[in-house]
Design a binder for this molecule. Structure first.
Ligand SMILES: Cc1ncc(COP(=O)(O)O)c(C=O)c1O
Length: 389
């Protein structure tokens, strides 16, 4: 059998099983309401554009100006000739936002995770990772030559077991998502901080879904759970709440970032972020740091959305006690519903959403946005949606 026949057979099997991912071509910018080719206007509940900044005029203007001032691209990695003053400024702004010493930019958070573990851990060390961590963490760990230990999702007792099991390692790194993106549940960071300290382990949080979303000022899951300033390092993305374009970063102690700049392969061997993305991201931080209106609005919209669904009989998964959050995040705990009820959601929203200028429901119900085995669909609210007062 040729390679292509093998692949074609597998694609056919996926189509038959209903697991083939189909893309919805948008004719408009990302937003609370979008136009989908062949379907017309729909409410967008599947994006990670939590703050609605993906098409915000201030960010679009900053990106356009950046192209005029700094050009379209750098045609280089950072250390050869791809660092502009604006890259250093964005790194400083991110460090300040997270209360960290230093930041290193990557082409994506996927690259940040890929470039972390293999760079700083050797076979004398151990990584201890939540079983439901994001794919980029799982792949990043595959590349590392250290010992690997997994603990049950958000299970503090099992994390303690994993720490005990790796007691003899030289250095230990605990890695967790801040927000688990399918469930919307939060990592039990206060307990994890305590355990990491007890065991002398280094705690890293991938806060891709918490950054700009959770906490009073949008500083993420640690702020939400009262342990901001107590996390050793973060990885996160510029591709969700902070403008939704592209780019990621690791932020933490200076020595860690200095080391990554010397040795982290996706940083050393992949192009620098384009000026438009850098300046757009700075503009996103400007908006977020000016006041809490974006975060407040997202929270109000999320509550409105949850209330509306609940009133219409849609079963929503609540936040879990270990999240210690009365507000929950913008995704899961607020808006996770069973897939077999999606028609009910569509009906109720078509009636309720005239003010939102929409006619149809989008189709977020496909893996990985939904889990066909558990029948759960993931939906997220957006700050820029118009919610009746
Ligand atoms: C927890 C987590 N980490 C990393 C990523 C990857 O981010 P990026 O798109 O910047 O590569 C995602 C994206 O879905 C994510 O949810």
């Amino acid at each position: 059998m040729t390679l292509l026949t093998t692949l074609s057979t597998e694609l056919d099997q996926m189509a038959q099983a209903g697991t083939l991912k189909r893309e919805l071509p948008l004719r408009t910018p990302q937003g609370a309401v979008v136009e989908v080719e062949g379907k017309g206007e729909v409410i967008m509940l599947a994006s990670n554009n939590y703050l609605g900044l993906a098409n915000h005029p201030a960010i679009v203007a900053a990106a356009e100006k950046a192209e005029g001032d700094y050009g379209y691209g750098l045609a280089s990695v950072r250390f050869i000739c791809g660092t502009q003053t604006i890259h250093r400024i964005l790194e400083k702004r991110i460090s300040e936002f997270f209360g960290m010493e230093e930041t290193i930019l990557y082409g994506s958070c996927w690259n940040a995770n890929e470039g972390l573990f293999q760079t700083i851990l050797t076979d004398e060390d151990a990584i201890i990772s939540d079983e439901l961590n994001h794919a980029s963490i799982i792949d990043g760990i595959r590349l590392a030559k250290c010992r690997k230990e997994r603990y049950k999702n958000r299970d503090v007792a099992d994390l303690r077991r994993a720490l005990d099991a790796t007691r003899d390692a030289r250095n230990r790194l605990i890695m967790t998502d801040g927000v688990f993106s399918m469930e919307g549940s939060l990592a039990p960071l206060p307990e994890m901080v305590q355990l990491a300290r007890e065991h002398g382990a280094f705690l890293v949080v991938d806060d891709s879904h918490g950054t700009g979303v959770l906490g009073k000022t949008g500083r993420g899951t640690a702020e939400e759970l009262g342990v901001f300033g107590k996390i050793d390092a973060y990885t996160s993305t510029l591709g969700k709440a902070l403008g939704g374009s592209h780019g990621g970063f690791t932020t933490g102690p200076k020595v860690l970032i200095d080391y990554l700049r010397q040795k982290s392969r996706p940083y050393l061997f992949s192009n620098t972020l384009p000026p438009a993305v850098v300046m757009g991201s700075i503009a996103a931080l400007d908006l977020l740091e000016k006041d809490t209106s974006f975060v407040d609005r997202l929270r109000r919209n999320t509550m409105h959305f949850r209330r509306g669904l609940t009133e219409r009989g849609v079963r929503i998964r609540e936040g879990t006690p270990s999240s210690r959050s009365s507000r929950g995040s913008a995704l899961g705990p607020n808006a996770l519903v069973t897939a077999r009820l999606t028609r009910a959601i569509a009906r109720s929203m078509a009636g309720a959403s005239a003010r939102m200028a929409t006619t149809k429901m989008p189709a977020p119900v496909a893996p990985p946005a939904a889990d066909s085995r558990s029948g759960m669909a993931r939906m997220s609210a957006v700050a820029s949606a118009i919610v009746p007062r």
